[in-house]
Design a protein around this ligand. Sequence first.
Ligand SMILES: [Zn+2]
Length: 351
Amino acid sequence: MEIEFLVPLFFVFLTGLCFGSFLNVVVLRAFSNESISYPASKCPKCQKPLYWWHNIPVLSYIMLRGKCYFCKSPISIQYPIVEFVTAVLFSLAYLKFGFGIHLIYLWAVIFMALVLAVADIKEKVIFTRHVYVLAGIGLFYNFLYTMLNIKEPAITWLNNPFVNSIEGLLLGAVVMLVYFLIAGLLAGGKMAMGDGDIYIAGALGACLGFEKTAYMLIFAFLLQILITLIAYEYSLFKAKDFKIFASVILFIIIGIGHCFLNNAGIFAQNTVIFILYTIILMLVALYILKDTFARVWNLKDKNPDAVLENFVCIPFGPALVAAAITVLFYLQEISVISQNFINSYLNFIGW
Ligand SMILES: [Zn+2]
């Protein structure tokens, strides 16, 4: 790497850290309903105002060893993590798209999307003013670039015709609304998920435009399935149900192995291996499903609300935000990989 390249990257990373620190303040003060510019930062426990060197992103947390300087009460690990993630995403945005007005736009989108995700993870709450700001940024940027009609390739990927931006907003909101209604029906009329996800998907859709929003929704659902599986594993672990715990891990390993064997052309050479492999995969899947249903029925008899708590109440907002950022950065690369992957299966079945 060249020095001319590393110096700006270093400053971009620092900028990201500072904005990450500000992001923590925005989320914290949204919950406590305080202004974001006043009063000065203070310890939430002992209310003592912090010294300037308590406010250095990530470093202060390490120097203070995760404890308040005055009262020694623990500081949430959320703060340095949010600062670091913001800095990494700001840097990736710069590396991918370079300097320009569009980088400020992209940073604003990342910033507001992270505000929504952090609030959702922390308290399962979405603040509508945050959603409106994000949607406003997306609509305004796309409106501006449609008016100016700029055709630079790196920027073209980020902006969308204004009408397309509105279509993205509608697609995100409508798909999540339908999902919200279906989940509500399945949960017997109870609120299975917050309606905040409808707003988040709409606002992200305004930034991404119609096509990229479609990909965002697909990625978000896949990611949510993965997160749910991991949460299920965790609940099995806590219940000391190691038989099913092991079989879920076995299923994931066999599944990944399936992809590798297919890509290496092993299945194409020997169909018997493919059939045996697929039968084993299905048996493990059936075993997991059988036990999962037994557990859900059992829980439902004891306490209907516990089913909701354990299986459906994982916030969807963070998955939407992660999917949107992935689509903005890496959709082109991912579509090449997945195309190769799908082609190898199509070849195998002789398409
Ligand atoms: Zn304190």
